[in-house]
Design a protein around this ligand. Sequence first.
Ligand SMILES: [Zn+2]
Length: 338
Amino acid sequence: MTKARRNLTHAFLLSRTKGCKRKLAQPPAASTRALGPRLSSIIRTVVTKTVLKTKLQLLHTERLAKLAWLVHAFSTRRGGVSRPYGGNVLNLGFTKHDSRAAVERNRALFLKKLGVVKRGKAWPLVTLRQIHSDLIHHVESLPPHPLVGDGLITNTPGLLLAIRTADCLPVILVDKKNRAVGVFHAGWRGTVKRIVEKGVGEMQRYFDTDPRNVVAAIGPGVQDCCYQVGEEVRQKFEAQFGYAAELFREVKESDPVREKYPLLFLTARAPGHSEFPVSLFLDLVEANRRQLIDAGVPAKNIEASFPCTACHTDLLFSHRTEKGVTGRLMGVVGVRPK
Ligand SMILES: [Zn+2]
């Protein structure tokens, strides 16, 4: 590993472990347990920054980067020509604040950086009209109109499959043996609908994929430090997953006035009610990791050590933190032609 690379890995490690701006009122028991395997895989994740000239920065996993026949990346906001979201940023989605020309230019820069432009012609970029569903499409060429759904799979070389996100998780699946790939959009709705579990199933159906040969990369999205959800979300997970309780963390909301003058509030409280309201946080990364394991993907093949979008708006786009005024990241994967 070169010195520059080592420094970047180190910087990334710091940014991940320092975590979030949010102060926790109580230790996150379930999420600390979940961090164990993730922390160990941080070491294997490398932030590459090879185009210092344009400052366009992509995130890769080291394990997938080793596969010479594969192209994969998660974009960041760094580099690019879009102006509405602060500085020059790499917005890869056609958002209402940005111009079509800027997004098209950003996509061209992104494809060039990925090394999928040959003799001035880029690989076709297959995108979806994403609807938080469990619809997965098997593609063999660029569809004439964008398909509606949240998952794409292929074993056709020279096609780049893409998912756009700004807090939801982009998940890449790679069948090392049969050279097939998939990318999926997993917000809480898609996760409840088991999109990645179904993704493994669709790869089995079309490519005879053995899940034991699958390497998965759960890309940057909002993590349990920041992903506050309502009780209705917990109920939906509880209806679907036996392990749902392990995915949620409760945090008592502190109130300095109540803490200082508890007697003032004593009579107002009905017996048996909790002292303070409780906030609920969902660990979406762990939810998707569990689904992949249930689908037969070995735990050691799952990389999930990317920074939280909501904590790291210097590097990534976050719909939550930036209150909807933000760009879109892209998770992409493809098979190189021989
Ligand atoms: Zn966070």
